[in-house]
Design a protein around this ligand. Structure first.
Ligand code: IMP
Ligand code: MG
Length: 218
């Protein structure tokens, strides 16, 4: 299969480019990821390396394993799309039986400023009464998404057992509504971040590092 991308000339942001297509590369378990060539108005600066994130995810999983000692199973509720990568990294390190569930919520439009509104449905979820639930989110920013989600889950399932939240990143300076996660990977500065599931206009989620996208307004 030829892995080609549309030309970038007409796009506002550069797309990540791969050094070689998976099909044409010599056999290898990985495909090299090259950071996009910076356009004049958009530059990537790595803030958290892939290795640093992997180490921290392992530590967080240890804390979570020590917290949910008798959940059978633990419901891991990943918030899509941003937390897809973190959720998948995290569940591999959890040592109790896990039931993976996903919700698709967004408080961001297609840009990089928060709308303050949270969209999404919980109708497809199984009954969470009596269950231990861990919400997994990519980043805690204004706090609207997790305030809305935890409130909506408690309203729907007043008999839920433990409800806790794990976030890869926390940007406390941006908070508009008070919220603290139970498990936090990294506290970060007020910069617009991409990579490790975080996107800008749908791109950069596959970058293994967390990086700052310079040139966006936030
Ligand atoms: P909150 O509702 O403002 O806390 O926003 C949470 C959501 O906003 C996250 O799940 C992300 O999808 C998005 N978000 C917040 N900050 C960033 C960022 O720096 N880069 C990319 N997405 C972000
Ligand atoms: Mg998100």
């Amino acid at each position: 299969m030829n892995f080609s991308r549309p030309t970038l000339a007409s796009r506002a942001v550069p797309a990540p480019s791969f050094g070689q297509s998976a099909a044409s590369a010599p056999h290898s378990d990985t495909v090299a990821f090259q950071h996009p060539q910076p356009a004049a108005e958009n530059r990537l600066e790595v803030r958290l390396s892939d290795e640093r994130i992997n180490n921290r995810v392992r530590e967080l999983a240890g804390e979570i394993n020590r917290t949910f000692t008798d959940s059978d199973p633990l419901v891991v509720l990943g918030v899509m799309k941003g937390a897809l990568v973190f959720t998948s990294d995290l569940i591999k390190q959890l040592n109790m039986p896990c039931q993976l569930e996903l919700v698709t919520l967004s408080s961001y439009g297609n840009g990089d400023t928060s709308s303050g509104r949270v969209n999404g449905s919980l109708d497809h979820l199984p009954d969470l009464s009596g269950r231990d639930v861990l919400i997994v989110e990519d980043i805690l920013d204004t706090g609207h998404t997790l305030t809305h989600l935890t409130g909506a889950l408690k309203d729907r399932y007043p008999e839920m057992n433990q409800l806790k939240t794990a976030v890869l990143l926390d940007k406390p300076e941006r908070r508009e509504t008070p919220f603290e996660a139970d498990f936090t990977g990294f506290t970060v500065a007020n910069e617009f971040l991409v990579g490790r599931g975080l996107d800008y206009q749908g791109l950069y989620r596959n970058l293994p590092d967390v990086a700052v996208l310079k040139g966006t307004t936030h």
